[in-house]
Design a protein. Structure first.
Length: 290
């Protein structure tokens, strides 16, 4: 190869490498936002505010998570209902975070609707909410008939509803058709840390959805979060996995990295699985000595 050809080849390789770097930068979180109800978010990790030992730990863990959407159980956390008690909004101001009031602890559609209307009043007309209607206090599994009923009422009332639901593709589609802005199937029972027990149902929901799908409930560690994003989920919501860790702040940081890694792996496209077939990492042709 002549010197000009060598220089041209090197220049081509450098241009190709730069092209690949540019492609990677285009896939960064700033250029790959999570969009919910028309608003963009860089983080695909949503976190709860319960079960921490105090407000200082809550604040530190949420900051470490990089989360921008913070869910708040209106029936358990003070955001202004009691002016004589410390408010969560003092450490997590709505100017910095998008509050996601939820109806945790509600067991009927009427109870959930009433709770979220209260949240809207307390947060000056805030429309984005997480609907959660439980079936029983033991499993905390969603009551789907009541969830569908509450969703219909809230959507008609002008709420932007993100909805906790069973990993049932048919009912997930029904919630989307009602007008929910995000579908949030459980991976396993709330607070169980069992991870994703039925990835096939999740894939069915994801493949049929035209709104964001986020895993809600059951995540135990960072690899669970990564798997959810690798499957194609748009995000993941968690609380217990961080708050009940031995070191919640460190776990929050791990969850952030797990979500980011899972999303990048999904966008990159994994290699196909090959049952009983190996493929060498290095080429077998043109070996030295042949």
């Amino acid at each position: 190869m002549t010197l000009p050809h060598m220089l041209e080849s090197k220049s081509h390789s450098l241009r190709h490498a730069q092209h690949l770097r540019n492609g990677f930068e285009e896939m960064s979180s700033a250029n790959d936002p999570l969009i919910i109800a028309g608003k963009s978010y860089n983080s695909r990790l949503l976190v709860g505010t319960g079960k921490y030992k105090d407000f200082a730990e809550t604040q530190a863990a949420i900051e470490a998570s990089g989360s921008e959407i913070i869910t708040v159980a209106i029936r358990r956390m003070n955001i202004g209902q009691d002016p004589n008690q410390p408010s969560l909004l003092d450490i997590l101001p709505p100017s910095k975070y998008t509050m996601l009031p939820n109806s945790a602890g509600c067991y009927s559609a009427d109870e959930a609707v009433r709770t979220l209307r209260l949240a809207r009043e307390l947060l000056d007309g805030h429309q984005l909410v997480k609907l959660e209607v439980l079936g029983d206090p033991h499993t905390l599994f969603p009551n789907m008939p009541e969830t569908l009923k509450a969703a219909e009422t809230l959507v008609k009332d002008g709420f932007h509803v993100m909805v906790y639901c069973a990993d049932d593709p048919i009912q997930a589609k029904m919630l989307e058709e009602i007008g929910c802005v995000a579908i949030m199937p459980l991976a396993s029972l709330i607070g169980s840390g069992m991870g994703i027990l039925n990835p096939w149902n999740l894939r069915l929901i994801i493949d049929n959805a035209k709104v964001p799908v986020l895993v809600d409930a059951g995540v135990g560690t960072a690899s669970d979060a990564a798997i959810a994003l690798e499957l194609g989920c748009d995000g993941v919501l968690m609380n217990t996995a961080i708050a009940s860790a031995t070191n919640p702040v460190l776990m929050a940081s791990a969850m952030k990295k797990g979500v980011e890694a899972g999303r990048e792996a999904f966008l990159a496209g994994r290699m196909p699985k090959k049952l009983y077939s190996a493929s060498p990492s290095s080429p077998t042709s043109g070996l030295i000595g042949k």
